[in-house]
Design a protein around this ligand. Structure first.
Ligand code: FES
Length: 107
């Protein structure tokens, strides 16, 4: 079931933002091309918040050891992380951003 998380303007392009959706920690990421993604806000390597990492192109980088995760697939593109993080469905209606964090779309 989806939940209203924020408005589009709350999300700065090229940055990650922490949110709690349905009790789960989610990193909300608006890329510079305007697309908005929602991924599990915990690195699969060490439980570090990915929302505290840098965003570049379509990746968010874990600040602790540098693994870069594709925000659309959750798959790490560089070590040391080897496991994907969950990716959640995002729906935009007008200015409202909804996320369904009940069921990841990539597992
Ligand atoms: S804790 Fe994220 S790469 Fe190690």
């Amino acid at each position: 079931m989806r939940e209203l998380v924020c408005s589009v303007d709350d999300l700065t392009p090229g940055q990650a933002h922490p949110a709690v959706v349905e009790g789960r920690n989610v990193a909300m990421i608006r890329l510079k091309d305007g697309t908005i993604h929602a991924i599990e806000d915990s690195c699969s390597h060490g439980s570090v918040a990915l929302s505290e990492g840098e965003v570049s192109d379509c990746f968010v980088e874990c600040w602790l050891h540098g693994s870069r995760f594709d925000v659309a697939t959750g798959v790490p593109a560089s070590p040391p992380a080897t496991a994907a993080v969950a990716v959640y469905r995002v729906e935009i209606e007008g200015d409202d951003v909804y996320v369904d964090a009940a069921t990841p779309i990539n597992f």
